[in-house]
Write a protein that binds this ligand. Structure first.
Ligand SMILES: Nc1ncnc2c1ncn2[C@@H]1O[C@H](COP(=O)(O)OP(=O)(O)OP(=O)(O)O)[C@@H](O)[C@H]1O
Ligand SMILES: [Mg+2]
Length: 343
């Protein structure tokens, strides 16, 4: 499933997952769906851990097992239960682009070969979710060949669709008559220019908080404008939203902003930024990248508008055009979202 940022790929895959499970119940076929965000999986081990945790209802003892052993456990479980397992691997493009282990894709797509039966009574169906196709070129030929299938391509929402979606979301979130169609239309206009539905939801949430804090029963355009002014923008994705970034890029951005907020100078050095990034990696139990990979991530973050990067007489300077105070709230929110227990 392919499509640009924020067009509803994740939402659609999850909805499909609900549908396929219900459909399985109706037909008497044991069917289940697991959604794995590869952004938070540093390697095959964590991918398999997420899958095993999601597929064993009673909880399996995956502790101490290697990725390959977990695959064996999974195959045995699916065979025993004659189960059709749908696995959505979300953000597979970032996972591969950062050079993390691709063999898990190959192994999962050929898991039926592990069956003791001639005609296996189970299978795994992979749904690969990505923004653009370039990651496929990075795969080894053997892996790529196992990943044949058909593609669903999602397009950017048009203004009328944005209005409809935001109206629906507002009806779910607010008391009746809190927000008029005109104000939702205004939110959709701003959302269209700033990255789509996600931006619109952010605007409505912020405007809702303002209304709440002023004990107002209606959301007026001014609340939307105030929220709009306060959202850091200027990134390739519209919103300053760390969840669209890979785990390493998130850790880099957090390290940089934290240091910049304490620093009395506009830029920090490559050495300091790398040092702070490594500390962050350690705290999250993630193996840190080499300086070379770190620099390449910095360049990409600069192109995407999350940081400023300049090189003068061979020295790298890292800064930001956004105030740390403004981005602090989104960083905090993303931190909560990606918290994982230590392994
Ligand atoms: N058709 C829709 N109806 C209701 N909400 C939607 C719809 N499409 C998208 N959204 C909402 O918009 C936001 C972005 O959608 P989603 O996270 O699925 O996008 P995505 O394509 O996976 O983005 P990314 O590339 O950043 O992962 C979510 O909050 C989602 O609930
Ligand atoms: Mg997504």
């Amino acid at each position: 499933m392919q499509g640009p940022v924020g067009v509803g790929k994740t939402a659609l895959a999850k909805r499909f997952g609900e549908h396929i499970q219900k459909d399985g119940e109706k037909r008497g076929v044991n069917t289940s769906y697991i959604h794995v965000n590869l952004n938070y999986c540093p390697g095959s081990f964590q991918v398999m851990q997420e899958i095993l945790r999601g597929s064993a209802s009673g909880g399996l003892k995956e502790r101490g097992l290697k990725a390959e052993e977990m695959l064996r456990v999974l195959a045995d479980l699916l065979e025993k239960e004659r189960r059709q397992l749908f696995i959505a691997l979300d953000e597979v493009d970032t996972y591969i682009a950062e050079g993390r282990e691709e063999k898990v894709l190959y192994q999962l797509s050929r898991i039926h070969e592990r069956s003791h039966e001639v005609n296996p009574r189970f299978n795994i169906h992979l749904i690969l979710i990505y923004r653009d196709e370039s990651w496929l070129r990075r795969l080894e030929e053997t892996t790529r060949q196992t990943l044949f299938g058909f593609a669903v391509s999602l397009e950017q929402y048009q203004l009328v669709q944005l209005r409809e979606i935001l109206k629906y979301r507002a009806s779910e979130a607010f008391q009746p008559n809190t927000i008029s169609d005109e104000v939702v239309g205004f939110v959709a206009d701003l959302a269209e220019k700033n990255g789509g539905v996600r931006y619109g939801l952010e605007l409505m949430t912020g405007a809702g908080y303002i209304a709440n804090s002023r004990s107002a029963s209606k959301i007026i355009p001014e609340y939307v404008r105030i929220t709009h002014d306060n959202i850091p923008k200027g990134t390739a994705y519209g919103l300053f939203d760390l969840t669209v970034l890979s785990i390493h890029k998130q850790l880099i951005v957090r390290a940089i902003y934290q240091r910049l907020s304490r620093l009395g100078e506009p830029y920090l050095s490559l050495k300091d930024a790398y040092e702070d990034y490594r500390v962050r990696c350690e705290a999250q139990n993630v193996v840190s990248d080499s300086v070379k990979a770190f620099k390449s991530n910095l360049e990409s973050l600069s192109k995407e508008g999350f940081i400023l990067l300049k090189e003068e007489t061979g020295t790298v300077h890292i800064g930001s055009e956004h105030s740390s105070e403004k981005v602090a709230a989104t960083i905090e929110k993303n931190l909560k979202g990606c918290h994982r227990p230590r392994i």
